[in-house]
Design a protein around this ligand. Structure first.
Ligand SMILES: CC(C)(COP(=O)(O)OP(=O)(O)OC[C@H]1O[C@@H](n2cnc3c(N)ncnc32)[C@H](O)[C@@H]1OP(=O)(O)O)[C@@H](O)C(=O)NCCC(=O)NCCS
Length: 255
C-alpha cells in the first residue's frame, strides 16, 4: 500500500482523524538533529537526554518532533510554541486556548513513529513492529478465550497477522480511553467476520458502547501494523487518512 505524502487541506471536520508516520532512520545528520532539538521544550529535552540507548533516544526525538510539526499544521501555531499537559494516567493533551476538541496521540516502535490527530475529543493510536519474534500464546494475558481460539484456528502465517491486529486495536482503544492498564483488555474484544470489517464487542466492565467507535488498521510495509480508535461523531464516521512523512516534512513550518 502507498500513502500520500501530505494532506491537501489542514482543516478537519467533526470526527476526522489524520495520521502521520515516519521512519526515524530517515532523520539523520547533525543539522536535522539540531533542528528537531530546537523544536522540543525543556521537559521533552530532559526526557530525551535520559535515554541510554542511542536508538531509543533518536526515536523519542523524532516522535516528539513529528507530534509538534503535525499539530502545528492544524493549529497554525509554530511547532516550538505548543504546550502540553499530562493527566493522572500519563495521557498527554494540548494545553492552552486551542480548539478544545482537537486531540492527538503518539506511538513509537522499532523503526516507526506515528501521530494521530482527531477533531473528536479523543483518539488513540498504536504501532507495532510485526517482525519481532512472538509466541501467540502470550496473547492469553490480554486476549479473550474466543479471540485466542479464533487466532489458533488460523493458518500459521495468518496467526502472526491476527496477533498484531488484535494487539494494536486493543492498545489504540485503551489509549483513546486514556485509562492505561485500568481497562479490562480481555473484555475489549475484536472479531473478524469473513468479508466484513472488524467487529468490536465490549464486556460490562468496559462501560462503553463499541458502536460509538471507529477502528481502522493499516499495514505499513514491510513490518509495521498501525491501528487507530476514533469516536464516531453524530453517527457519521469522519475520514481516517494516513500520510507518510519524510525528513523534509519535519522541517516544514506552518503555512
Ligand atoms: C502507557 C501506554 C499507553 C504506552 O503504550 P506503549 O505501547 O508502551 O507505547 P506507545 O509508543 O504506543 O505510546 C506511548 C505514547 O503514548 C502516550 N501515552 C502515555 N500514556 C498514555 C495513556 N495513558 N493514554 C494514552 N496515551 C498515552 C505518550 O505520548 C507516549 O509517548 P511518550 O512517552 O514518548 O510521551 C501503555 O503501556 C498502556 O498503558 N497500555 C495499557 C493497555 C494494555 O494492557 N496493553 C497491552 C496490550 S493490548
Amino acid at each position: 500500500m502507498t500513502f500520500p505524502p501530505r494532506p491537501q487541506s489542514t482543516q478537519l471536520a467533526n470526527g476526522d482523524c489524520v495520521v502521520a508516520w515516519l521512519r526515524p532512520e530517515l532523520v539523520h545528520g547533525s543539522r536535522a538533529i539540531q533542528e528537531c532539538e530546537r523544536i522540543l521544550c525543556s521537559d521533552e529535552l530532559v526526557r530525551y537526554r535520559r535515554f541510554l540507548r542511542p536508538a531509543d533516544r533518536h526515536r523519542f526525538l523524532v516522535a516528539h518532533t513529528l507530534k509538534r510539526i503535525w499539530l502545528s499544521k492544524f493549529l497554525q501555531t509554530p511547532a516550538d510554541r505548543l504546550r502540553f499537559e499530562i493527566d493522572q494516567f500519563g495521557k498527554p493533551s494540548l494545553l492552552g486556548d486551542h480548539h478544545r476538541r482537537l486531540a492527538f496521540n503518539l506511538s513509537h516502535t522499532t523503526g516507526l513513529v506515528a501521530c494521530a490527530i482527531a477533531d473528536a475529543g479523543t483518539v488513540g493510536i498504536d504501532v507495532e513492529d510485526c517482525s519481532r519474534a512472538i509466541n501467540i500464546e502470550i496473547g492469553k494475558t490480554v486476549y479473550s478465550e474466543s479471540e485466542m481460539n479464533a487466532m489458533r484456528a488460523l493458518e500459521e502465517c495468518e496467526q502472526r497477522n491476527r496477533f498484531f491486529q488484535l494487539w494494536t486495536y486493543k492498545e489504540a482503544y485503551s489509549k483513546a480511553r486514556g485509562l492505561g492498564f485500568q481497562l479490562p483488555m480481555k473484555q475489549c474484544e475484536f472479531h473478524f467476520p469473513p468479508e466484513q470489517s472488524v467487529q468490536p464487542k465490549f464486556g460490562a466492565d468496559v462501560h462503553d458502547d463499541p458502536s460509538r467507535w471507529r477502528f481502522v488498521s493499516r499495514l505499513i510495509e514491510p513490518n509495521h501494523r498501525c491501528a487507530v480508535a476514533v469516536p464516531i461523531e453524530r453517527e457519521s464516521p469522519g475520514r481516517v487518512d494516513f500520510y507518510e512523512f519524510s525528513e523534509r516534512d519535519l522541517r516544514a513550518e506552518p503555512e
